[in-house]
Design a protein around this ligand. Structure first.
Ligand code: HEC
Length: 205
């Protein structure tokens, strides 16, 4: 990451990777279109999905997957890309370090987005379920996700949203429940599925 941010070794005049591929915070692009690129103006590519493109290679007859690097896929991997002459301002060790950073770029989507647990009387006291439930709540507190729930409360279907600042759940009819109350209802026969969703998308109204 330090090399990526500080070593000006790309092109003429030499620039840092970060000067075009703005990272931390950012998706790996300052979103600018460079008019001088040949044969046509090109946008500074985002780098948060480069890790998904590493399975393509033109060096063997078969590839598991993928498209390759750059707008036309003419370069196989990030390694091949940094072998281009425009990157001559870096030592091979620096290139290795920079690629390691690029392929572990933050995707912008927390792993807890989409993670779901369904709690019933039979499993709600399980240590795995309790730990997952706590993790989902702490991920909501960290603003990595909104935490929603769907299912029944006292036998009626409801939707819920976890409110991290109050450590409770608000329902679609504005009733408020603590985790302990929901746990009690589940033990008494209700079923609720808790799911992490993109921050800002969990509101019930
Ligand atoms: C002057 C701005 C600029 C600098 C500096 C720069 N890049 Fe790029 N980069 C681009 C542009 C524009 C593209 C898109 C090129 C294309 O699609 O043909 C690109 C494409 C890429 C891609 C391919 C992305 C994909 O999904 O296909 C990677 C990887 C990449 N750059 C990494 C780096 C790294 C690592 C550095 C520093 C060693 C760097 N770049 C420096 C502008 C820059």
């Amino acid at each position: 990451m330090t090399d990526y941010n500080t070593i000006a070794g790309t092109g003429q005049p030499p620039r840092t990777c970060n000067s075009c591929h703005a990272a931390n915070p950012g998706p790996g692009s300052d979103r600018l279109i460079l008019g001088w690129f040949q044969p046509q103006p090109l946008k500074d590519a985002e780098l948060r999905n480069v890790y998904q493109k590493q399975l393509y290679t033109k060096h063997s007859t078969q590839s598991i997957d993928g498209f390759g690097m750059e707008h036309d896929g003419n370069i196989s991997t990030a390694n091949d890309l940094l072998r281009q002459s425009t990157f001559s301002g870096y030592t091979s060790q620096q290139k290795t370090d920079i690629i390691s950073y690029v392929v572990c770029f933050d995707t912008g989507t927390a792993p807890a987005v989409g993670y779901t647990i369904t709690l019933r009387a039979a499993n709600v006291n399980g240590s795995g379920e309790q730990s997952d439930w706590a993790t989902l709540q702490s991920q909501a507190s960290a603003a990595n996700i909104d935490l929603i729930a769907r299912g029944t409360i006292l036998g009626k279907v409801h939707g819920l949203l976890y409110q991290p600042s109050k450590a409770n759940y608000i329902s679609d009819n504005n009733a408020v429940y603590t985790q302990a109350q929901l746990q009690g209802d589940i033990l008494a026969g209700d079923t609720l599925s808790f799911m992490g969703v993109y921050p800002g998308t969990g509101a019930t109204k």
